[in-house]
Design a protein around this ligand. Sequence first.
Ligand SMILES: Nc1nc2c(ncn2[C@@H]2O[C@H](COP(=O)(O)OP(=O)(O)OP(=O)(O)O)[C@@H](O)[C@H]2O)c(=O)[nH]1
Ligand SMILES: [Mg+2]
Length: 314
Amino acid sequence: MTDAPEALPPEDGALPEPTRCGFVALIGAPNAGKSTLINALVGAKVSIVSRKVQTTRSVVRGIALEGASQIIVVDTPGIFAPKRRLDRAMVTSAWGGAGDADLVALLVDARKGVDEEVEAILEKLGELKRPKVLILNKIDTIDRSRLLALAQDINARHPFRETFMISALTGDGVDKVRQSFAAMMKPGPWLYPEDQVSDAPLRILAAEITREKLFERLHDELPYQSTVETDQWKVMKDGSARVEQTIFVARESQRKIVLGKGGATIKAIGEMARKEIAEAAETKVHLFLFVKVRENWADDPERYREMGLEFPRG
Ligand SMILES: Nc1nc2c(ncn2[C@@H]2O[C@H](COP(=O)(O)OP(=O)(O)OP(=O)(O)O)[C@@H](O)[C@H]2O)c(=O)[nH]1
Ligand SMILES: [Mg+2]
């Protein structure tokens, strides 16, 4: 005997399927494709993506719908051996996100296979008392035959409830993942309205979009040594938004790079960011970017609060 109402044939329409809801944490090494997958599952851009490692800094939640299920997908920073303070905060936040979830999905770059980073995550995964699934990503880049061997190898190290093979980039296999997640959610009411795709306020998403453009535009260490904050979001009489953001860098030389010759670089970054922020906000946006040198921003608790990260002491 259960309390759940019996399913009726859909034509009847009298009793809808009971709703389901839950949290799925996506974890994995940096660059595995976690943010690409969350965007594909949600069907909207909720998390920024780049070719570089360590793009995602804090926990980002995207909201996917499948049938009567609301799936809250938690994107986490890549897990790696942390060195700097910001690295430690990111990795702690990733494991924290996994510990709170109803289901943990480990994403592995199939082309890279089991390297040191994946091995370290697999070793620690046993401590996590949560149902777990394995997702092999980037199958567009490798041979099917290698894929099966990889799935077996990883499952021998840590048994997963299910294994998926997908390409988050092309969308191959993503629907199947969403459907399986939906079936694994517990019966219960939805936590977010039907049309909401992310729990992040627009000002946070806007700062992330500008950071993504910094990643795209600038090379090597610079993106890691910078952070972006939205200082002001003002709705104007005509409905448009005036948005002011500060890009923090660690040194004067970096400020020069971000500005570019005659301000050309910051102008290009601002133009790309403005377009995408306007899309996300569904209104016209006037974007003002400022670049400030804060030598020790990566050791400043205030910056961590803005990113939604716990400040690691010591
Ligand atoms: N070929 C291919 N590339 C992919 C696939 N999924 C993601 N990528 C690429 O891999 C790179 C990293 O993707 P992200 O989604 O930023 O990876 P992430 O795991 O969120 O990375 P961090 O936030 O740094 O931990 C980007 O260049 C993506 O376009 C895929 O299925 N196939
Ligand atoms: Mg990411």
